[in-house]
Write a protein that binds this ligand. Structure first.
Ligand code: GRF
Length: 205
């Protein structure tokens, strides 16, 4: 069975969207674990309620935590196929990213390569989009490399925000798109229908 790990830091609505697609049979995979840099957050509560293994990751050796190098061993010995960053707010160490090259994806709540990079997360993204006056925003799923929000783009979908009166209104529209495209992309990985060629990513039918 294809094994997925989801990294989270917050409420976990994207985790739920992937989980629900698995439960309703659309994605034939198993969530092997949920990893967080927060001991308590909505996403971790959800994972515990669903009896999914949870790990608290820290580079600082905090009580009850695992390190990234321990996670490498756990994921390799359990043959994890895909790591999904779904609202994970910490930068992952380069050696970890390199070890799982083309196996880590992230969902970003804007249309990369714009409105990404260090500090561009959560509300900051939507505020920047709002202040820019742009009429469209959307969500991007991309491979993770060692630079923030920089890896190859896998999928994007846009939404009209010309009537949005606040950054929160943009966030709400974009989140609906996130919940659609993330499970679609994960399913493509499970079905081995993601191909990288000439620095572009193709999702096969
Ligand atoms: C989402 O907007 C995601 O794109 C961003 O952080 C937010 C996480 O939301 N990286 P949730 O925890 O999945 O509800």
């Amino acid at each position: 069975m294809f094994r997925i790990v989801v990294f989270v830091s917050g409420r976990g609505s994207n985790l739920k969207s992937v989980y629900n697609s698995i439960v309703n049979g659309k994605i034939k995979a198993h969530i092997f674990a949920v990893v967080s840099n927060k001991k308590d957050c909505g996403a971790i509560d959800f994972a515990k309620r669903k009896n999914i293994n949870t790990y608290f990751v820290s580079s600082l050796n905090k009580v009850g935590s695992v390190s990234y190098s321990e996670l490498v061993n756990i994921f390799e010995s359990n043959r994890v196929n895909l790591i999904v960053l779904a609202g994970f707010l910490k930068k992952i160490p380069d050696y970890f990213v390199q070890r799982f090259e083309f196996k880590i994806i992230n969902i970003h709540p804007a249309l990369l390569p714009f409105f990404g990079g260090k500090g561009m997360y959560g509300k900051n993204v939507h505020r920047a989009v709002f202040n820019s006056g742009t009429k469209v925003s959307g969500a991007t799923v991309h491979f993770v490399d060692t630079i923030f929000d920089h890896g190859l783009i896998i999928a994007q979908q846009c939404t009209d925000i010309s009537n949005a009166k606040t950054p929160e209104a943009i966030a709400e529209k974009v989140l609906k798109i996130e919940h659609k495209i993330l499970p679609v992309v994960v399913k493509k990985f499970v079905e081995r229908k993601v191909k990288v060629e000439s620095n572009r990513v193709f999702l096969l039918e």
